[in-house]
Design a protein around this ligand. Structure first.
Ligand code: GLU
Length: 414
C-alpha cells in the first residue's frame, strides 16, 4: 500500500480548530482543551521464552477528564508512537462527549508487533505494562479497553493484575470476557454502531440499503461485525480486505462463510470465492459505502482523488487525513466521522462499567436497545447541526462534542 507519513495529532488539532472557530470558542480555552492533561511513557521489559531480554516502549495519554474518568483503549502495534496515542486520546474525549457518556478521553499503546510474541510472552508483557501504568489508572480515574490487536483475554490479564492489589475490580477495564464481568453485546458493539451510522445515512440520503453496495477495509473485530450487519440488511458487501490483501465479488461476498473462514485461519487469504485485489485497488473500486475499519491515515492526499464511493464511513480512528478530507469534499464524497461512526464500542464499554459498578447484569436486548438510542440520538444531533450551520458531518460532530466539554470545564472552573 502507498505509505504516507501522517502527523496524527496535528490532524486532530486541525479538525478541532475548525469546529472551535465555528463555535467562537475562547482562544485560551481552545488551546487548553486541545492539549492532553497528562502523558505517561513507560519502559516495558520482557523476558522472552528463550531467556533473552527485550525492552518495549509503552504509553498512556490522558487527554481530558472534565466530564468523567479518562476512557479509551490500548493498542499493540509496531507503529505506535507518542504522536499517534496523543491523537487517539483526544479523539476519545470528543467521542465520549458526542454520545454523551460520563467519561473523558485517554488512550494507551505499546510499540510492539504482537504477532512476534508467544501467548505467554504476550501475557507477561501485558501484565508488566499494566503494572507500570498502574499509578495513573483507577475505577474512577482511567478505565482502559481493547483497541487494535488487543482483546478480551488481554483485558482479563489487566483486570487480574489490578485485582491482586486492589481486591476484585472488574470495573477497572472494559471489553472483558463475559465470565469476568464483560457485557453481553460488547464484542459486536463497534460494528453494530457502524451499521447504525450507515443505516441512518442511507435514510437521510434516501437510499435503499438492500440496493446498495459496501466495501470494507479491515476484517478484524469492527470490520467483520460491520460486514455481518450490512449483509443481514441486504446490502451487498462487494469487497473486503485485511493485512493479507483483498477479495472482490460484484455479486456480493458470502460474509457468513468468510467470517467462519477468517475465524479459523485468522486471515482472509485463501478463501475460495472472490477475485483477489490489492488494498489500493480496493479503495478505488466503485461502491456506495467505503468503510475503512483498520488503521489511521489510509485515505491520504495521494489516493483520495481515486476514491469511487458515495460515502466514506470511518469505522477506524483517523483513517482520513485533513488534506484527503478536502479532496473528498471537492469530489462530493460525504465522510461520516470516526468519533460518531465507531462510538458504539465505548458506549457499550460504558454499559459494561455501569453493570460492574451495580454488580447487576443486563440482558443483551437491553444493551442493544440502549446502544441504538445513544447512536441515533448522536447521529441526529450532528445531522441537524450540520444542516443548520452548513458544515460537514465531521465539523458538526466536533462542535457538539467540544461545546459539551467546554460547558463542563466552565462549570467546574479551571
Ligand atoms: N478502542 C475503542 C475506541 O477507540 C473502544 C474504547 C473503549 O471502549 O474504551 O473507541
Amino acid at each position: 500500500m502507498t505509505e504516507v507519513k501522517v502527523n496524527n495529532f496535528k490532524a486532530c488539532c486541525d479538525q478541532f480548530e475548525r469546529a472551535a472557530d465555528k463555535l467562537g470558542l475562547d482562544e485560551k480555552l481552545s488551546q487548553s482543551l486541545m492539549m492532553p492533561d497528562r502523558e505517561l511513557a513507560v519502559e516495558v521489559p520482557l523476558t522472552k521464552d528463550d531467556g533473552t531480554l527485550e525492552v518495549f516502549r509503552g504509553y498512556r495519554i490522558q487527554h481530558n477528564n472534565a466530564r468523567g474518568p479518562f476512557k479509551g483503549g490500548i493498542r499493540y502495534h509496531q507503529d505506535v508512537d507518542l504522536d499517534e496515542v496523543r491523537a487517539l486520546a483526544s479523539l476519545m474525549t470528543w467521542k465520549t462527549a458526542l454520545v454523551d457518556i460520563p467519561y473523558g478521553g485517554g488512550k494507551g499503546g505499546i510499540t510492539v508487533d504482537p504477532r512476534s510474541l508467544s501467548q505467554r510472552e504476550l501475557e507477561r508483557l501485558s501484565r508488566t505494562f499494566f503494572r507500570r501504568i498502574g499509578p495513573v489508572i483507577g475505577i474512577n480515574k482511567d478505565i482502559p479497553a481493547p483497541d487494535v490487536n488487543t482483546n478480551s483475554q488481554i483485558m482479563a490479564w489487566f483486570m487480574d493484575e489490578y485485582s491482586q492489589h486492589h481486591g476484585h475490580s472488574p470495573a477497572i477495564v472494559t471489553g472483558k470476557p463475559i465470565d469476568l464481568g464483560g457485557s453481553l453485546g460488547r464484542e459486536a458493539a463497534t460494528g453494530r454502531g457502524v451499521f447504525i451510522t450507515i443505516r441512518e445515512t442511507a435514510k437521510e440520503f434516501e437510499m435503499d440499503l438492500s440496493e446498495s453496495t459496501a466495501i470494507i477495509q479491515g476484517f478484524g473485530n469492527v470490520g467483520s461485525f460491520a460486514a455481518s450487519f450490512l449483509h443481514e440488511s441486504g446490502c451487498k458487501v462487494v469487497a473486503v480486505s485485511d493485512v493479507t490483501g483483498g477479495l472482490y465479488d460484484p455479486q456480493g461476498l458470502d460474509i457468513p462463510a468468510l467470517r467462519e473462514y477468517a475465524r479459523a485461519n485468522r486471515v482472509i487469504e485463501g478463501f475460495a470465492r472472490g477475485k483477489s485485489v490489492s488494498n489500493d485497488e480496493l479503495l478505488n473500486t466503485g461502491c456506495d459505502f467505503l468503510v475503512p475499519a483498520a488503521l489511521g491515515g489510509v485515505i491520504h492526499k495521494m489516493n483520495a482523488g481515486g476514491l469511487n464511493c458515495k460515502f466514506v464511513i470511518e469505522a477506524a480512528n483517523g483513517p482520513t487525513t485533513p488534506p484527503a478530507d478536502e479532496i473528498l469534499f471537492e469530489k462530493k464524497i460525504v465522510v461520516m466521522p470516526d468519533i460518531l461512526t465507531n462510538a458504539g464500542g465505548v458506549t457499550v464499554s460504558y454499559f459494561e462499567w455501569v453493570q460492574n459498578l451495580q454488580q447487576f447484569r443486563w440482558e443483551e436486548d437491553l444493551v442493544n436497545e440502549k446502544l441504538e438510542h445513544k447512536m441515533t440520538t448522536a447521529y441526529h444531533e450532528v445531522n441537524s447541526l450540520r444542516k443548520d450551520k452548513n458544515v460537514s458531518f465531521r465539523t458538526a460532530a466536533f462542535m457538539v462534542a467540544i461545546d459539551r466539554v467546554a460547558r463542563t470545564v466552565k462549570l467546574r472552573g479551571f
